[in-house]
Design a binder for this molecule. Structure first.
Ligand SMILES: NC(=O)c1ccc[n+]([C@@H]2O[C@H](COP(=O)([O-])OP(=O)(O)OC[C@H]3O[C@@H](n4cnc5c(N)ncnc54)[C@H](O)[C@@H]3O)[C@@H](O)[C@H]2O)c1
Ligand SMILES: N[C@@H](CCO)C(=O)O
Ligand code: NA
Length: 818
């Protein structure tokens, strides 16, 4: 046999009650014997509580609430039952309502609500409910029998939360169920004492009723039907990706409930735990779903951490002083005084230095706590042996729960590193010796981020999000999202990774959506519904969102945006950029970004600063980390100029080729930056810094290909006009080189810290002779690559190869943050 309990929402509407009928018929069809326990209709118990208090205050308003109850019940009956079958149940309910009115009127006259009459008033809720449900089932051909639990569950006289007399209760239940073989519909929550007076079982009392019945009748399972899909891995209001656990142990369930997963109340489990009866949490409104089984078997689950729960509001009290060290009895006096003041301590930690004890209490107790502690340690505080307690507000507790944690190494490591990488500062930690629960105290504004990051880290099978903010929506920005869109399904399916565009801006507009902007038309949306762009507001907004796994991408060529990186890294958001300005300005800023990266545990990646997607920067890092030393770096670093010389055969003027390079997406947004050598200078400076030289921009020795007058014009269009004037000069240079069988190359060289850029000619056999398209070549001479340098060669500019380099950096960050 099974005991089936229906909660308030499951009996709260005609629709729900029809579902209940459906569920009961299902058991019948399978030939399964059941007993049913029902709660009061949702809303009724609260109204009954209110009636009691209003009446005791002699507030006439109680009659309004009373009428509300009557209306709610009558509506339910008339909607549920056929007209010709309503009269009997209406008469029964009216009779109960009259009794209720009498007792409430008594309270009104006496101006006193005793615990005993409060329990009696509350008992009507479950009695109405069981009456209506059994009447409805009878009408539908189910042989239901109204069972008043006061006849079978006996308690002491602690009204409000009475203690069950299990011997007597067991006897009565057996007797009752032996003689009543029908489908018993039992009132939850209520019981009676030895004088026959009505008592109640406290919060979650109906679950308790079901557990008692199940234990006595040795049920094979107790089912709690509610309006959620079972015990979830986290509060779904805070963690969208929370899901229902198929199994969980009794201990885990209790621990979860302690932290606010109010699906079940721990105490209600006890009779079931004692008899080892599994409990199943099911959803009345999603019957096909298996729900969660709570038993002692669940240790064989896929998950080590079962749930991530939280207490949203706590304060941390730090109690410390030199006079505490080695003095026994301090902790006992401290916690004794708090206990006497009925202050509940939620979490305690003490370092082995014994210099301080830190504990958490609820904010409502904070001030009282201060007074109590100051009074208890008045003398010690006066003499300076112990400091005044220090209270920190606006904190939350996050706890990871799971029985298997104790035998799995690395859980707390992962907990701390996940929080660290996401920039969540930990104020205090506590771990029970049972290792069923590891708790950390964090700042309240970080709660949602912490819960989501931990959920992603511990429930790997679940899809986690990478939250991307991007400024710059030009060629590279657009190509990047085309590439991400193409790979989107792959990442969802194979890597369980949802790459979300949550914020986007160009120089005109900006747009945000925490849920992710539609990747099919993000650009149109930006331009149509974006607000006016402002980088300061953009950065502020990212900070406020405080999302886990956040990355900022700068796809502009703007100095203003580059100037924001430090602030962004300090907001614990990683940065990816093809924009060279941050790394090629003053050395100090470059250094500060490196420091900010380290200090904040985030990443700053810019592989595409030099030679687009070619692994030029990574390679330096690899050489350095493995103990090699780079002596010389040399090569062609401009995709644009490479393209010009590779295609300059005299059939088209030089200036036409520059236009082509621009159209092909090789040039900077302003092509003067390429032709005046500045782009190459920036890249060489970055390579110099990466190999360990503290150079400043003015340390780059730059030979220009064209005179300054060519660039000193107002616009890009004017530049092309000016450039035409030098078509002949360039043709001349090319022809001269060709006469000797040579080619023009604009090369960058870093030799022992000296940086130089110049226009040279190279002949066949030279490593830079054979090139085509937008090829870059970078050769490294190092201690290990001394005789023959290491050479990296390939397309060094263009939208696809640049965007894919940015994409790769973004993915590196995603793996790092996981
Ligand atoms: N094209 C390549 O082959 C290549 C290779 C490596 C690196 N890069 C770098 O990629 C970056 C982007 O190049 P692109 O070709 O996509 O440029 P683009 O001109 O096509 O796009 C630039 C975008 O940045 C936006 N923008 C500019 N200033 C802004 C500001 N202050 N605030 C907000 N948005 C701003 C513009 O509105 C535009 O959306 C540049 O830094 C470039 O050096 C390009
Ligand atoms: N404009 C640059 C893009 C790569 O940084 C080039 O031509 O090399
Ligand atoms: Na690169």
């Amino acid at each position: 046999m099974k005991v089936i309990k229906f909660g308030g929402t499951s009996v709260g509407s005609p629709h729900a009650i029809r579902e209940v009928q459906n569920i009961i018929e299902g058991f019948d069809a399978n030939g399964e014997k059941i007993a049913v326990v029902v709660s009061a209709q949702s809303g009724i118990t609260n109204k009954l509580v209110r009636i009691g208090t209003l009446a005791a205050d002699q507030d006439e308003e109680y009659t309004t609430v009373f009428n509300d109850i009557e209306t709610q019940l009558m509506n339910l009956i008339t909607e549920l039952m056929p007209i010709n079958r309503q009269s009997q149940i209406i008469a029964e309910i009216k009779k109960l309502l009259n009794d209720l009115e009498d007792v409430v009127h008594g309270v009104y006259l006496l101006r006193e609500l005793t615990p005993r009459s409060a329990d009696f008033i509350l008992s009507f809720g479950e009695r109405f409910s069981a009456r209506i449900i059994s009447a409805f089932l009878l009408v539908n051909g189910i042989d239901a029998n109204y069972t008043d639990a006061r006849e079978i569950i006996k308690t002491n006289s602690s009204f409000g939360e009475a203690k069950v007399d299990f011997d007597e209760t067991g006897r009565l239940i057996h007797k009752y169920f032996d003689t009543n073989q029908k489908l018993n519909i039992v009132t939850g929550f209520i019981a009676s004492n030895d004088k026959g007076q009505t008592t109640t079982l406290g919060r979650g009392g109906s679950d308790y009723t079901a557990a008692i019945l199940g234990a006595v009748l040795e049920a094979e399972e107790i089912q709690i039907w509610t309006d959620v899909d079972g015990v979830m891995t986290a509060d779904p209001k805070k963690v969208k990706r929370a899901f229902s656990l198929p199994t969980i142990s009794y201990m885990e369930a209790m621990e979860m409930t302690h932290f606010g997963a109010k699906v079940i109340y721990p105490r209600t489990l006890q009779p079931a735990v004692a008899k080892n009866i599994p409990l199943r949490i099911k959803n009345t409104f999603n019957q096909g779903f298996d729900g969660t089984v709570i038993s002692d078997m669940s240790v064989n689950s896929d998950y080590t951490v079962k749930g991530i729960t939280s207490m949203e509001d706590v304060v941390l009290v730090n109690f410390q002083g030199a006079g505490m060290v080695g003095v026994p009895g301090i902790a006992s006096r401290l916690f004794g005084s708090l206990a006497r003041a009925e202050i509940n301590v939620v979490l305690i930690t003490q370092a082995s230095s014994e210099h301080s004890i830190t504990f958490a209490v609820l904010p409502k107790d904070a001030e009282k706590c201060r007074l109590v502690v100051e009074a208890e340690f008045e003398r010690e505080i006066e003499t300076g042996k112990i400091d005044q307690p220090n209270i920190e507000y606006n904190l939350s507790i996050v706890a990871c729960i799971g029985e298997k944690m104790r035998e799995t190494p690395g859980i707390s490591g992962k907990l701390f590193s996940t929080l660290g990488k996401n920039g969540v500062n930990i104020k205090a930690t506590a771990q029970g010796s049972s290792e069923l629960n590891i708790s950390v105290v964090i700042e309240k504004p970080d709660l949602s981020k912490a819960l989501n990051a931990l959920h992603g880290a511990f429930f790997k099978g679940e899809i986690h999000s990478l939250n991307v903010f991007m400024v710059g929506a030009g060629l590279i920005g657009k190509t990047l999202w085309d590439q991400i869109k193409d790979q989107y399904e792959y990442f969802i399916n194979e890597r369980r990774l949802n790459i979300k565009l949550v914020g986007i801006a160009n120089s005109r507009k900006m747009l945000f959506d925490k849920e992710g902007i539609d990747l099919d038309n993000w650009y149109d949306q930006l331009m149509e519904s974006g607000e006016q762009s402002d980088i300061h507001i953009f950065v502020q907004r990212m900070k406020e969102f405080n999302l886990p796994q956040s990355v900022f991408i700068d796809n502009t060529a703007s100095k203003e945006i580059a100037a924001q990186y430090k602030k962004i890294l300090n907001s614990r958001i990683s940065v990816v950029t093809p924009n060279k300005h941050a790394n090629s300005g003053p050395y100090r800023y470059y250094k500060e970004l490196k420091e900010a990266e380290l200090k904040n545990g985030v990443k700053y990646l810019y592989e595409t600063n030099v030679s687009a997607g070619l692994p030029v920067i990574k390679t330096i890092e690899g050489l350095k980390l493995s103990g090699d030393r780079v002596i010389k770096v040399e090569g062609v670093l401009s995709g644009t100029i490479s393209y010009l010389f590779n295609n300059f055969d005299g059939s088209k003027p030089f200036s036409e080729l520059v236009k082509e390079a621009k159209e092909k997406g090789y040039t900077e947004p302003d092509p003067r930056e390429d032709l005046n050598g500045m782009d190459v200078a920036r890249k060489l400076l970055i390579l110099a810094r990466e190999t360990g030289h503290n150079l400043e921009p003015e340390d780059i020795n730059l030979e220009k290909m064209l005179p300054e007058s060519c660039f000193d014009v107002a616009s890009v269009d004017d530049f092309f006009v000016e450039l035409k004037k030098f078509d002949d000069v360039m043709l001349e240079r090319k022809n001269e080189a060709e006469k000797e069988g040579k080619k023009l190359r604009y090369i960058a060289c870093l030799d022992n810290g000296k940086a130089e850029i110049k226009l040279i000619t190279v002949g066949p056999g030279h490593p830079l002779f054979d090139m085509s398209g937008s090829d870059n070549v970078v050769s490294y001479t190092s201690q290990r690559y001394k005789e023959r340098p290491m050479v990296i060669k390939g397309p060094g500019a263009g939208a696809e190869v640049t965007a894919s380099g940015v994409f790769a950096d973004v993915l590196l960050i995603s793996s790092y943050l996981e």
